[in-house]
Design a protein around this ligand. Structure first.
Ligand code: 5GP
Ligand code: ZN
Length: 133
């Protein structure tokens, strides 16, 4: 992916504030942070989204998310932690290179990682169980 900005950042062609790096991933500070310390896990190989990610790399990304959550929580003293991963424009994805958001949370930080709960009706539950089970 010649013009993918996250490929360039992940592989060091464009500088970014890196807080962790190994052979397969780079973790950088988000330029438009939701909260203090908001970071992104970027794989060094291109995959647009979770559907395109090799299973093994998804597993490693999740393990890294856990490691970073522990490390960042200790270092920042945050009160909670969101791990968020968007796929597709409809889901809020704006950069089409797989990434995981690491969002430290602080009491009353006002960050919006939430939704208005709907209601699961009997009919929808049955329909979804049929489709998804
Ligand atoms: P998405 O909306 O695709 O899940 O998240 C994209 C994230 O990447 C946003 O939080 C945005 O602030 C961040 N971002 C976009 N471009 C850059 C960049 O060039 N450098 C860094 N560090 N973050 C970026
Ligand atoms: Zn890419």
């Amino acid at each position: 992916m010649g013009d993918c900005i996250f490929c360039k950042i992940a592989n060091g062609e464009i500088p970014a504030a890196t807080i962790y790096e190994d052979e397969e991933f780079r973790v950088i500070l988000d330029l438009g942070p939701a909260t203090r310390g908001h970071a992104l896990i970027l794989p060094k190989t291109h995959a647009a989204n979770i559907y395109e990610m090799p299973d093994e790399l998804v597993g490693k990304a999740m393990i890294l998310a856990k490691k970073m959550a522990v490390r960042m929580t200790q270092a920042l003293g945050c009160d909670g932690f969101n791990v968020v991963q968007n796929n597709g424009e409809a889901a809020g994805q704006t950069v089409f290179h797989f990434h995981m958001h690491l969002i430290p949370r602080y009491e009353k930080d006002g960050a919006m990682v939430s939704w208005k709960p709907g209601k699961l009706t009997d009919e929808t539950r049955e329909e979804l169980l049929e489709k998804l089970k």
